[in-house]
Design a protein around this ligand. Structure first.
Ligand code: ZN
Length: 269
């Protein structure tokens, strides 16, 4: 199947899709939507690989989500074995989450340790990272910033590993200034259906170079307008691509094509 769109971050291996998986995949095939199926822990990473083996438009990522590092200890040799599969195109999702996890010193430390293990694995296997990064709801007053901490880690690792360290910041909810810092580190950012119901990210969508952004759904979560409140699914990425083109004031076909190219380049598809 030729891909006309890429949803670079989905969780179609989650139980929310168990009843109608066939129909969901059918709609993706009809619209030409390629997908990365993202693992968040040992079990869902293994399921992601199982999900993608037989379809040429599906790819997997394996990793341990920052909110899950307290219930599963990151077994690097287990993930290494999974990641050796040819259909595994990235390591993650991994990262820092100070939104759902209260940013206490010990918890931050744990998330950082596990993130650094993912970085080491990605560099070792020459695969990009799929990074999750979320700031606490209320900032200011000296509160910790997940993005600031992540940028510090990536900067120091970049000095060590150079071009071997690459990846994408998924579900980007930062500012233009933060995006700029990721671009300087050769990291792309990706946007979700959230763009269809808030103007909070319009400025960063307009500012970003077209070759540094990608489209995603993060389904089953975060469905775009006109599907808000429903279960999200990969074909709805079309709404995200339309919105990106509209916000940037660029031709839909050009933006669509560029976002597919970017996914191919970053994940070597
Ligand atoms: Zn996710």
């Amino acid at each position: 199947m030729t891909q006309k769109y890429f949803d670079i971050h989905s969780h179609i291996q989650f139980p929310q899709f168990s009843k109608d998986k066939k129909e969901v995949l059918g709609r993706m095939e009809d619209e030409g939507v390629g997908v990365l199926v993202v693992g968040v822990d040992a079990k869902s990473s293994e399921l992601a690989i199982r999900e993608v083996v037989e379809k040429d438009y599906l790819f997997a990522t394996v990793g341990l989500h920052p909110n899950d590092v307290f219930k599963e200890s990151f077994d690097i040799s287990y993930y290494r074995e999974l990641a050796k599969n040819k259909k595994v195109v990235a390591i993650g999702e991994c990262g820092l989450d100070f939104f759902r996890t209260k940013p206490e010193k010990e918890k931050i430390q744990k998330q950082k340790e596990v993130l650094e293990a993912h970085i080491a694995l990605a560099v070792e296997l020459n695969k990009p990272l799929m990074i999750h990064c979320r700031d606490p709801l209320r900032r200011g007053g000296g509160e910790a910033s997940a993005h600031d901490d992540l940028i510090d880690i990536l900067k120091s690792k970049k000095k060590e590993h150079g071009d071997m360290l690459l990846g994408n910041i998924h579900f980007f909810t930062g500012t233009k200034e933060i995006a700029k810092k990721y671009f300087e580190l050769d990291f792309t950012i990706s946007f979700t259906g959230v763009l269809t119901f808030t103007h909070d990210y319009d400025e960063v969508v307009k500012y970003a170079p077209l070759d540094m952004i990608m489209s995603e759904t993060d389904c089953p979560f975060a469905a775009p307008v006109p599907h808000r409140g429903e279960r999200n699914e990969p074909v709805y990425v079309i709404e995200v691509v339309k919105k990106i083109a509209e916000i940037r004031g660029e031709d839909f076909g050009i933006v669509r094509g560029a976002l597919v190219e970017n996914a191919r380049r970053v994940f070597a598809l």
